[in-house]
Ligand binder design. Structure first.
Ligand code: TYD
Length: 368
C-alpha cells in the first residue's frame, strides 16, 4: 500500500486500491449502529440539517450516499421526509430497509444521479458520512452531486480530516477503504471543477478528527468565514505542500519504532497484551509494524461478523467481547481509539482489576 500527494489537486491518496466490489459487498462487516456514540452523532447531524433552512417547504427530498444501516436517514424517515439511501453493501442496505429507510443497493455515480433526478426529481440535500473518501471515482461522484442537487441544494459530508492525521501521526487512517484523506484545499479544488463551492466547514470529533464540508452551487450561499480560516490554517501546516508529507512519513516511522519497542518490552516481562477493536485502522498498524501473535494474543471486537475470524495479514484471532471480559489481558492496545471516550467510560472494571491501556495516537504510550 503506497500513498501519493498531488500539489495540483492537493489530494493525499492511495496509489492503488482493491476494486470497490471487493470491499463493499453482501458481507460488509461494519454496521454503524453498533456504536451508541455514533447514533447520537448522526441524530445531531440530521437535526442540524433539518434546522439549516435548506430543505424546501414543499415535499423536500434528502439523499444519503452510503447510508449503511440507516443510522442517519432514519431521523428523516421518522419525521416523514422523503428520502433515499444509496448503499452498495446489500446486507446493510437490507437492515436500513427493515428500519423503514428507503434504500437502494447501488454504487453512486453521475449516471445514477441522472436516473434518480428523472424518477424522483432533484434533491435538497445530499449527505454522506465516512463514505466520500472511500470512492476512487471521486470526480464522477462530484459531477453526480452537481446534477442531483437543486439550485439551492447543499451537499454535506464528513470524512476523517487530513489535518488531524498529520497532527496526530494517525497513519492508521490510511487503509484500503480510505482512498483519499481530504482537506479543505482538496475539496475546494474538486468541487470548483463542477461549478460548486465550499461554503462552510465544521470540525468533528468523530473518527479521531473529521471535517464536515458544506458544498453548494457557486453563488447560491455566502461563503462562511470558517472556510477561509481553515484554508489559512492548512497553509500554515503545509497541507498543500509535498514536503509536509515527507516529514510526516518520518514521524510514522518513528511511531512504528516506539510501538514495537513498547510491546516487545511488555511481552518480555511475561505480560499478556490484547487488541481492543478489530478496526480497519489496526490492519495498517499490525501489518506496517509487523505485529503478530508473538506480541498480541487476540483482538476483542463486539461485531459478530468479525468474531472467530483473523486479522488480515497478521492473522491475530478476533474474539468476542465476552472473551475479553472472561480473560482480560494485562494490557489492552486501543485500536478503536476513535471511540476512546465511550470505551473508557465502560471499561472502568478493566482498570480496577489492574489492566492498563496502550495507545499509539497521538503518541505511543501506556495511559496513566
Ligand atoms: P471503526 O470505528 O469502524 O474503525 P475503522 O473504521 O478503523 O474500522 O471500528 C470500531 C470497531 O471497534 C468495530 O469493529 C467495533 C469495535 N468496538 C468494540 O469492539 N467495542 C467498543 O466498545 C466499540 C465502541 C467498538
Amino acid at each position: 500500500m503506497a500513498v501519493g500527494f498531488c500539489e495540483t489537486s492537493m489530494m493525499l491518496q492511495l496509489i492503488e486500491q482493491p476494486s470497490p466490489e471487493q470491499m463493499f459487498h453482501e458481507q460488509y462487516a461494519f454496521y454503524s449502529s453498533t456504536s451508541q456514540h455514533m447514533q447520537r452523532h448522526f441524530s445531531e447531524f440530521a437535526r442540524q440539517v433539518l434546522e439549516m433552512g435548506v430543505l424546501s417547504k414543499e415535499n423536500p427530498f434528502v439523499v444519503e450516499l452510503g447510508c449503511n444501516d440507516g443510522i442517519m436517514l432514519r431521523n428523516f424517515a421518522n419525521v416523514g421526509i422523503r428520502h433515499l439511501g444509496i448503499e452498495p453493501s446489500r446486507n446493510v442496505a437490507e437492515v436500513a430497509n427493515s428500519y423503514g429507510v428507503r434504500t437502494i443497493s447501488e454504487f453512486f455515480c453521475h449516471q445514477l444521479a441522472i436516473d434518480i433526478v428523472s424518477k424522483e426529481g432533484k434533491a435538497d440535500a445530499f449527505l454522506a458520512a465516512n463514505v466520500m473518501c472511500h470512492i476512487p471515482s471521486i470526480v464522477d461522484v462530484a459531477s453526480g452531486i452537481s446534477k442531483l442537487l437543486k439550485p439551492t441544494g447543499v451537499a454535506i459530508f464528513e470524512d476523517p480530516y487530513l489535518g488531524d492525521v498529520v497532527e496526530k501521526t494517525s497513519y492508521d487512517q490510511i487503509y484500503d477503504e480510505h482512498v483519499f484523506l481530504f482537506s479543505a484545499h482538496s475539496i475546494q479544488h474538486l468541487f470548483r471543477q463542477q461549478g460548486m463551492e465550499l461554503v462552510d466547514v465544521q470540525a468533528q470529533k468523530t473518527h479521531g478528527g473529521s471535517m464536515r464540508y458544506v458544498i453548494a452551487h457557486a453563488g447560491a450561499y455566502p461563503v462562511k468565514d470558517s472556510v477561509n480560516r481553515l484554508l489559512e490554517k492548512e497553509k500554515s501546516i503545509g497541507l498543500n505542500r509535498v514536503a509536509t508529507f515527507r516529514k510526516f512519513s518520518q514521524q510514522v516511522e518513528q511511531s512504528r519504532t516506539e510501538l514495537i519497542q513498547l510491546l516487545t518490552g511488555i511481552k518480555a516481562e511475561g505480560k499478556r497484551i490484547a487488541g481492543y477493536g478489530a478496526t480497519s485502522k489496526s490492519t495498517t498498524i499490525l501489518n506496517y509494524c509487523g505485529i503478530g501473535t508473538d506480541l498480541i494474543d487476540y483482538i476483542s471486537d463486539t461485531t459478530p461478523i468479525k468474531q472467530g475470524k483473523f486479522s488480515p495479514g497478521m492473522h491475530i484471532p478476533i474474539k468476542p467481547y465476552d472473551f475479553f471480559m472472561a480473560s482480560p489481558p494485562d494490557y489492552a492496545i486501543l485500536f478503536a481509539w476513535n471511540h476512546a471516550e465511550e470505551i473508557m467510560a465502560k471499561e472502568r472494571a478493566f482498570i480496577e482489576k489492574g489492566g492498563r491501556w496502550i495507545v499509539h495516537v497521538p503518541e505511543v504510550r501506556v495511559l496513566e
